[in-house]
Design a binder for this molecule. Structure first.
Ligand code: RP5
Length: 168
């Protein structure tokens, strides 16, 4: 197994039940040759671990923290409270609640001074979290910036091809 403790990107999630959705975040990062450190850390069930991880993330070489959780999702906020790093939050649908709206509001409604860049709910948000993390890293990495430009170009070409091929 690769040692990812020195990776510039951490993905923390509240439960292993979040992994099926967060795999798309991992896969998207891998497309940019970034292998993230992936951890299951709960703001509510393992608050000491969450606090310790956030407090030490910057000094251990992390540049961005992606935090994903469902229900009353406080993980991203807990990371932002204890770290100076940019924190990207991914709200997830979990439990019998309102399909992730609970997690979205818990993640996005941070008090002034403690921002969490909150993505959309679920898989699209997980993928966008990876892309935003790459964009943040790319501000100080020209090679990565080039890969991001390529990514955008490929995406554009795909839509133009679909436009040309569309028939009803
Ligand atoms: C949250 O509670 C987790 O992020 C997960 O989305 C949800 C349910 O967790 P499990 O009961 O499946 O462990 O903290």
């Amino acid at each position: 197994m690769t040692n990812t403790a020195n990776s510039p990107v951490a993905i923390v999630m509240g439960s292993d039940s979040d992994l099926s959705v967060m795999k798309s975040c991992v896969e998207q990062l891998r497309e940019f040759s970034i292998e993230p450190e992936v951890r299951v850390i709960s703001a509510h069930r393992t608050p000491e671990v969450a606090d310790d991880f956030a407090a030490n993330a910057a000094s251990s070489g992390k540049k961005v923290i992606i935090a994903a959780a469902g229900m009353a999702a406080h993980l991203a906020g807990a990371m932002a409270a204890r770290s100076t790093l940019p924190v990207i939050g991914v709200p997830l649908a979990a439990g019998d609640g309102p399909n992730g709206l609970d997690a979205l509001l818990s993640t996005v409604q941070m008090p002034p001074g403690v921002p969490v860049a909150t993505m959309g709910i679920g898989k699209a948000g997980a993928k966008n979290a990876a892309i935003l993390a790459v964009q943040i890293l790319a501000t100080a990495d020209t090679e990565l910036a080039g890969k991001m430009a390529e990514f955008k170009e490929t995406q554009k070409k795909k839509v133009i091809e679909k436009d040309a091929a569309v028939s009803v």
